[in-house]
Design a protein around this ligand. Structure first.
Ligand SMILES: Cc1ncc(COP(=O)(O)O)c(C=O)c1O
Length: 391
């Protein structure tokens, strides 16, 4: 078995990457440790880079359609990991998941319609409805035993005025892996109230082995017949710059309408490198993913121990999937704006501000630990350096 070295420090500065090279735009300074935007600092695995190199050997990069071998690799991965036994006719290339959500909103809702989300949540779930002239209606998540839970009564009541729900499965920023029963309840409520469910499953592959990701559409006939699922290798294999997502739409009527929308917008051809990279990821990525999850899990252990020993008043939600920590700083009793200022200006660390995820994020920050352990520890030290005197 090949051993992958996740401890390796990769200098990403100057590579036009959002995380390191857009600090001034987002934080107003550039001398901070970036632990924000959700990509990882690890090298994209060699089998993906090799696939791109190999395609470059043919020195013409003209219009390309999706290779059969790519489709097989996607379908096999979906089947093996999530028990989805599909043919390609139910799938479609999508450049990015956020774009896919915007397309679904435009295909299935009208301007002025309401869209249901549960907050706190990944900010585009709030921004995309707004930017496309829709309104979001938010159902706050409850925190029970260190994990998010849905408020079904609230969702039932709010769904009556909504046309579509955007579900984050697994959840960002909480890293919650929704159980089959939880998803069955969401499917029932949405079906009963004619609310189509768009399930964003971009973090699914990063579910830690103690938990089980469930693809929304598989939980019941209500889910199967009333959903669009988005999925991508981008988080898993650190290739978000390659635009190579897919959607899965099992219900024929929804599929016909959605694929017609996509095709009328010329979204079928895709991107040469995205196809070859995704094929390599899904056909050669098992070992890499196993080792990545083990490394990330140890990063989370490291953060938990550090917080317990140095800042025990903070509450950190232990993610069941992915590399994002949702940290509650409210015990510091600092107004949110001042908390952000101290972290950026004094601690010199770039985290995501909790209020961008909805009002429930007041006093929270999201920290990206998808990096080498030395950086994780350095980030935690910087946070601890601005810990107020709590007496
Ligand atoms: C839940 C979720 N969906 C979508 C995305 C972005 O997807 P894409 O780059 O494919 O638009 C992210 C990235 O952080 C995410 O966390």
């Amino acid at each position: 078995m090949i051993y992958y070295d996740f401890d390796q420090i990769v200098d990403r500065k100057g590579s036009n990457c959002v995380k390191y090279d857009m600090l001034n735009e987002f934080f107003g300074v550039d001398d901070i440790l970036p632990m924000w935007v959700a990509d990882m600092d690890f090298k994209t695995p060699d089998f993906i880079i090799d696939a791109i190199r190999k395609r470059c050997e043919h020195e013409v990069l003209g219009y390309t359609f999706s290779p059969e071998s790519y489709k097989m690799a996607v379908l096999n991965w979906f089947h093996k990991h999530y028990g989805v036994n599909s043919r390609w006719n139910k799938m479609h290339f999508i450049p990015g998941v956020v774009q896919g959500i915007a397309f679904a909103l435009q295909a299935f809702t009208e301007r002025g319609d309401r869209v249901l989300v549960t907050t706190p949540v990944y900010p585009p779930f709030l921004n995309v409805p707004h930017r496309t002239g829709r309104f979001f209606v938010s159902s706050p998540l409850k925190t029970v035993n260190g994990r998010f839970q849905f408020d079904y009564e609230d969702i039932e009541q709010k769904s009556k005025s909504c046309k579509l729900m955007i579900l984050c499965n697994p959840h960002n920023p909480g890293g919650t892996v929704w159980t089959k029963d939880e998803l069955i309840s969401i499917a029932e409520i949405c079906y009963r109230n004619n609310v189509i469910v768009v399930s964003d499953e971009i973090h699914a592959d990063l579910t830690f082995p103690e938990f089980k990701h469930t693809t929304f559409s598989t939980v019941s006939m209500e889910a199967y017949n009333n959903s669009i699922t988005f999925f991508a290798p981008s988080k898993t294999f650190n290739m978000a710059g390659l635009a190579s997502s897919v959607c899965y739409v099992p219900n024929p009527e929804i599929r016909k309408k959605f694929f017609a929308y996509l095709d009328s917008n010329e979204l079928s051809l895709g991107n040469i490198f995205g196809y070859y990279a995704a094929e390599a990821a899904f056909s050669k990525g098992e070992d890499w993913l196993k080792q990545l999850l083990s490394y990330l899990s140890k990063n989370i252990d490291t953060a938990e121990v550090f917080v317990r020993e140095n800042m025990p008043e903070l509450t950190m939600m232990r993610p069941q999937a992915s590399f994002l920590l949702w940290i509650d700083f409210n015990a510091w009793n600092i107004p949110h704006k001042e908390l952000v200022r101290r972290l950026v200006k004094d601690a010199k660390i770039g985290l995501n501000s909790g209020v961008d995820y909805g009002p429930e994020g007041y006093g929270f920050m999201r920290m990206n630990i998808g990096t080498n352990r030395v950086t994780v520890i350095e980030g935690l030290r910087r946070i601890a350096s601005v810990r107020p005197n709590l007496i």
